[in-house]
Design a protein around this ligand. Structure first.
Ligand SMILES: Cc1cc2nc3c(=O)[nH]c(=O)nc-3n(C[C@H](O)[C@H](O)[C@H](O)COP(=O)(O)OP(=O)(O)OC[C@H]3O[C@@H](n4cnc5c(N)ncnc54)[C@H](O)[C@@H]3O)c2cc1C
Length: 639
């Protein structure tokens, strides 16, 4: 466990990244090599996502120390039709829609503080033992709890993505064909002993046969193996098999109103009266959706998500007031799913290629998968659209009064210097919590609404391993680990497309995807996110790496997993500002009782400045990022 994985081990075969592998990316170096062939962020390993060098400027702005530390801004003399702050899917979509409205000659500058474009839609590449492996560093797939809007669907189709064709590329029976099943890892710190046990839920892991007989078979196996109290096993079985009406005499609406005001943890403990081990078992299940555990998820949402305990309440199936949109099922939306090997980074790459064709060769979805982006082409003076990376917008202001000004000036920091550029309009497609610090002229009420969009802190960790024989030996491809550092551990979804081939046999290299929600149970959701963000910004990569190695070694010990031998590379995509905050009936009274919705106040246009990002819809999905980019463009082109 404590043997070294040498730097050479990490770099073996990672020829493109050479000296950059495992090293933090410094801005100065980034700029020096930006125009060289070695500037290729997708192949960097180590700490990615909000990588070192990407956030310090914004934090010093927040702390009020930025302007003292830099000289007078230098005017680039550049004049654009539109400057977009934020090169995520919302900003890229906004640029696309603006060009559609204003013509291909429209001059657009997109600024982003990261060394790569796409925002959360991030591509991670690995080369392991001569195999090329792609993975997603953030946004996993085209999916949304509610159906895509005509606008968002229209863009997906315009980019050439044929969502219904997904099954052609996905080998969704692969892991079952090797006898692998979703499992749960009980850890000794939480449950007294380390043990890997069959998951009782056939829905987990994504390859379910989902039949009633399978559920009862899995439940029996789980009960025989799980290191939890006998009473907890009985309580769990009863939750599923002996429905009870905990609120006799109330109408369905009255029951839903109660469920909206109580957390699922409290419902299980105080209403259903289950053993503590059941609560511990369910605690981390919603991490992947909400970034918090069941202590901060309303029971009504748990009902919508299909968690047990509600069957005896005879609830009307219609969504209750104040439900989170993630908890409302839609058959149409369920069918609209597409996972590219690099997740929705493919959408970002398709948008970039549309905006600046010289960046990537090809013209179809198939040929974009393996196309290598030429980062030197992103910001060329002769291109109508330019994407300037490693550039943090630090001030956005009208030149004159917002109501009558003809231009907006955007100052941005890059390599320790501040530059300005002007435009007829600006779209702020960046994280809403940043906007009050860069656009001081906004009304106070709007700034307050923007600041309330506390993003959800997450880690999306990708571990490249030489083979998955240890997973095969322990019989799983998908592990829920309620007490561990990473809550979910999954073998990459097997998708082959556009010449990219996923791993098909256990002796082939594969990516293990691990996810963590940095939450602090017991506190209100926004506070949990705030503390989680601090935690992620202050934890070193070495600590994360140690936790990853420890977790994989313990979970797969019966499979003979040896971290020093089996791990080829680790990329931790750190997202202290992850999912957009979604309203929660436990903490956001306006969501339950009605009243002003903060994201509607936050996204109001101000003169020549419009506001996008998925934060603007308080909805952490790609379709919302697109919808909001579209709306922002309508606002500035209408006037
Ligand atoms: C880990 C993770 C997984 C997700 N999975 C899914 C999924 O499977 N499906 C789905 O539909 N959605 C998913 N989402 C939601 C995802 O956020 C949206 O899908 C969408 O990609 C958001 O795009 P955006 O452009 O609104 O924001 P972002 O992608 O965050 O882009 C905003 C950009 O603005 C930049 N920025 C901020 N401040 C400044 C500044 N001052 N100057 C310059 N740039 C700045 C940011 O650094 C960022 O690059 C996921 C999100 C995360 C974090």
């Amino acid at each position: 466990m404590y043997r070294k994985i040498t730097r050479r081990d990490f770099m073996n075969g990672v020829a493109v990244t050479a000296g950059a592998a495992m090293m933090p990316w410094h801005l100065a170096e980034a700029d020096a090599t930006r125009k060289s062939a070695s500037y290729y962020p997708p192949a960097l390993t180590g700490l990615r996502g909000s990588h070192p060098g990407s956030f310090e400027t914004a934090h010093s702005l927040r702390d009020g120390t930025f302007w003292d530390s830099v000289g007078k801004p230098e005017d680039t003399g550049e004049l654009y039709d539109l400057i977009v702050v934020g090169g995520g899917i919302s900003g890229l979509s906004a640029a696309h829609y603006y060009r559609k409205a204003a013509g291909n000659g429209a001059r657009i500058l997109i600024l982003d503080n990261h060394d790569d474009f796409g925002g959360h839609a991030k591509r991670n590449e690995f080369r392991v033992d001569n195999a090329f492996r792609l993975c997603f560093g953030g946004t996993f797939s085209i999916e949304s709890p509610a159906p895509y809007s005509a606008v968002a669907k229209g863009l997906i189709e315009e980019l050439g993505i044929d969502v219904p064709s997904y099954s052609k590329y996905s080998n969704n029976k692969l892991y079952r064909s090797f006898g692998l099943h979703p499992k749960i890892f009980f850890d000794k710190e939480t449950f007294g002993v380390d043990k890997l046990v069959m998951n009782f839920s056939p829905r987990s892991g994504g390859e379910s046969e989902d039949s009633g007989s399978e559920t009862s078979h899995l439940m029996k196996q789980f009960a025989a193996e799980a290191p939890i109290a006998d009473q907890a096993k009985r309580d769990l079985k009863a939750l599923y098999e002996q429905p009870k009406d905990y609120y006799p005499g109330l109408t369905s609406d009255e029951k839903k109103a109660r469920l909206a005001r109580v957390s699922y943890a409290t419902f299980l403990k105080d209403v259903a009266g289950v053993h503590d081990d059941v609560v511990k078992l369910f605690q981390a299940m919603p991490h992947g959706l909400f970034g918090v555990g069941i202590d901060a998820v309303p029971a009504q949402d748990a009902w919508g998500l299909g968690l047990p305990g509600f069957d005896g309440l005879n609830l009307d199936p219609a969504p209750g007031r104040g439900m989170n949109r993630d908890a409302i099922r839609s058959e149409e939306a369920d069918k609209y799913f597409f996972h590219f090997p690099d997740g929705n980074a493919t959408i970002a790459r398709l948008l970039v290629r549309k905006l600046i064709p010289s960046v990537m060769s090809g013209s179809s979805v198939a040929d974009v998968i393996l196309a290598k982006a030429d980062y030197a082409k992103l910001d060329q003076p002769d291109s109508a659209v330019r994407i300037r990376l490693n550039s943090t917008a630090v001030r956005v202001k009208h030149l004159g009064d917002a109501a009558s000004a003809k231009e907006v000036e955007v100052a941005y920091a890059r390599n320790g210097k501040v530059y300005t550029a002007k435009a007829k309009n600006a779209i702020l497609a960046c994280w809403h919590v940043v906007i009050p610090y860069i656009c001081e002229e906004l009304p106070d009420k709007q700034k307050e609404a923007l600041s309330s969009a506390q993003k959800v802190p997450l880690l999306y960790t990708n571990v490249a391993i030489h083979n998955w024989k240890s997973f095969q030996k322990v019989g799983t491809n998908s592990i829920y680990a309620p007490g561990m550092y990473h809550t979910y551990v999954n073998l990459d979804l097997p998708v082959s497309i556009g010449g990219y081939e996923c791993a098909r046999k256990p002796d082939e290299p594969i990516i293990v995807h691990m996810s963590k929600a940095a939450c602090h149970p017991g506190l209100p959701a926004r506070q949990q996110h705030r503390y989680g963000r601090i935690e992620l910004f202050t934890t070193t990569f070495e600590t994360m790496e140690r936790n990853i190695r420890d977790q994989l070694a313990r979970t797969l010990s019966d499979g003979g997993f040896d971290p020093a031998r089996d791990i080829a590379a680790i990329t931790v995509n750190r997202w202290p500002h992850g999912y957009a905050y979604e309203y929660n009936s436990l903490y956001d009274s306006f969501w339950l009782e009605g009243g002003e919705i903060p994201c509607e106040v936050a996204r109001k246009p101000h003169g020549r400045i419009a506001i996008a990002n998925s934060d603007a819809g308080a909805y952490a999905y790609t379709d919302e990022a697109i919808n909001q980019g579209y709306r922002a463009v309508q606002e500035i082109t209408r006037s």
